[in-house]
Design a protein around this ligand. Structure first.
Ligand code: FAD
Length: 502
């Protein structure tokens, strides 16, 4: 190991994902004569481009992967060190890096993201998708695949089953409906037919620059007891992919079909078999009459808790992420939330003095606005990174700062199955118990609108398709106007609701 080089900086940020880079940029512009140090494990960083404030709380932006030199050119007071943090010594205000350097800080922001939860570790036939390397490995394996099994029901699984072509997809979800993280059963019903239609051709080639690195693809990981575990903690992770992770990479198997998706509802993984074990288990039992139990030789077999067994080329574990707080815990006394995120208060402060956290690694533990909840999404990573920088600055300058307006209302805009999707407030009646009513309007193949009402006040909304309602509904949720008088007419398509309320 190289001799220890010590570096001192007022502000140090860990993590080159959206949260870390946004935090660094904000600090760099607020303190142009101070050096801001960004420490990151991966050679590429993530930068927000084409940022648009669509409405009061909805934002739209692109994300580019860039070499860190571009950030240093844009902000001459930023210094990026590409090396993982090995240890944090919070009391001494210093970090030990894998490359032997020691970095001292006055204020530190941890933005080390998340790690994929795999339902099984160390199985070469089970793949998690998180960063550009794992997406490439997925693409490579898919190009030779006839059938894959996807486990999980969040955003990654939703995108994946829609994007894959030329390969049979068996999609196992633990819930009664697809996309449970984002949608209710009604929205799922609206989306399901899209899986049986051919994907439209993309109108324009992918426009953004992508940089690649020649790092090795991370190997798989350990344990066979079916518990969800972190991917190999020794692997240095790149940043999490975002909404457009599949753009520009061909996700095609060897079959001559567009979509071929079969959903198995309300089931989880029971067991994984090698072909040999599978044949032995078949011999031990009477030959199965279950049509899903094929006896042709597949590289791997998966038994689901509904009793069905599928052979496939490989399995994708899309079962969410776990905050990557591990590298910083040893020797420190961080308050850690149940989901293993670093607990942060309304100034993004952790329980260790002068250590802040933002993005997927943190768990928001302030009393939230009634219309906001944390979700580990790209938008919130940007907002938290930006706000954390402002809090660090305010604390250093001994200035007051109020919780930013972006935390007033949960607002997320994305695309699923090629439909524009806007989620606002308590869009799935989160935390409202039975104390709510739903209003819904749906035009097959065009739009799905659902609003969550409580005692005549709008609490949340799901808008799928080009509804043009986002701004009006955002206002109605924010101002909590009493809408009782309108009843179900609130969603009457013959009433121009926008004119009414704007
Ligand atoms: P990351 O982007 O994970 O960045 C973490 C950074 O920390 C990395 O640069 C890493 O190299 C660095 N790091 C880690 N450990 C260390 C260490 N010890 N020392 C130094 N550096 C370290 N969100 C959406 O809003 N919409 C979507 O459609 C969507 N799709 C997704 C699809 C996929 C496949 C995935 C994986 C995620 C998706 N997300 C989506 C989630 C979104 O990408 C994340 O919420 C967001 O990128 C988190 O940003 P972050 O900066 O907190 O963390």
């Amino acid at each position: 190991m190289a001799d220890k080089i010590a570096k001192r900086s007022k502000f140090v940020v860990v993590g080159g994902g959206i949260a870390g880079v946004t935090c660094t940029e904000q600090l760099a512009s607020q303190f142009p004569s101070d050096e801001i140090v960004l420490l990151t494990a991966a050679p590429l960083i993530k930068a927000v481009t084409n940022f648009k404030q669509v409405s009061k709380t909805l934002e739209d932006f692109d994300v580019e992967e860039q070499p860190s030199s571009i950030l240093e050119e844009k902000y001459p007071n930023v210094k990026v060190i590409q090396s993982a943090v090995r240890q944090l010594q919070a009391k001494e205000h210093k970090l030990q890096m894998e490359n032997g350097e020691e970095v001292h800080y006055e204020k530190l922001c941890l933005c080390s993201g998340g790690r994929p939860k795999l339902f099984i570790q160390d199985n070469p036939h089970v793949l998690g998708i998180r960063d550009i390397d794992s997406a490439k490995e997925f693409q490579k394996r898919l190009s030779e695949a006839r059938r894959i099994v996807v486990i999980g029901n969040g955003g990654i699984a939703l995108e994946l089953v829609y994007e894959v072509e030329g390969c049979e997809v068996i999609w196992a979800v633990k819930d009664k409906a697809i996309g449970n993280t984002f949608f209710d059963a009604g929205a799922a019903q609206f989306l399901i037919p899209t899986l049986d239609t051919d994907k439209p051709e993309r109108d324009a080639p992918y426009k953004r620059t992508r940089y690649t690195t020649d790092r090795a693809v991370p190997p798989g990981t350990s344990s066979t007891d079916g518990r969800v575990q972190d991917q190999n903690p020794k692997v240095e992770l790149g940043s999490a992919l975002g909404p457009d992770w599949h753009q520009g990479i061909k996700l095609r198997g060897v079959q001559e079909v567009s979509h071929s998706v079969h959903v198995e509802y309300q089931c989880e993984v029971q067991k994984i078999y090698t072909p040999e074990d599978f044949l032995l288990s078949q011999q031990a039992r009477q030959p199965s009459s279950d049509p899903s139990s094929d006896t042709g030789l597949w590289p791997v077999y998966i038994q689901l808790t509904n009793g069905k067994t599928y052979g496939c080329d490989f399995i994708v574990s899309a079962t969410g992420v776990r905050p990557n707080s591990g590298p910083f815990l040893s020797g420190n006394s961080f308050a850690v939330a149940d989901d293993s995120g670093l607990r942060v208060d309304d100034h993004m402060r952790t329980s260790e003095p002068d250590v802040y956290a933002a993005g997927d690694v943190c768990t928001a533990c302030w009393e939230p606005s009634p219309m906001w909840q944390q979700m580990r999404l790209w938008t919130q990573a940007r907002q938290m990174g930006w706000y954390a920088a402002r809090c660090m600055a305010a604390d250093l300058l001994d200035e007051p700062i109020e919780l930013d307006f972006c935390f007033e209302l949960f607002a997320h805009m994305t695309k699923f199955f090629n439909y524009k999707v806007v989620l606002l407030g308590k869009f799935n009646a989160q935390g409202l118990g039975q104390d709510h009513d739903l209003l819904m309007r749906c035009t097959k193949g065009r739009e799905y609108v659902k609003v969550v009402m409580r005692e005549g006040h709008m609490m949340g909304a799901v808008l799928i398709g080009e509804t043009d309602l986002e701004e009006t509904f955002e206002n109605l949720i924010l101002n909590q106007m009493d809408l009782s008088a309108y009843g179900v007419d609130l969603l009457n398509p013959s009433i121009d609701i926008e004119d009414y309320f704007d």
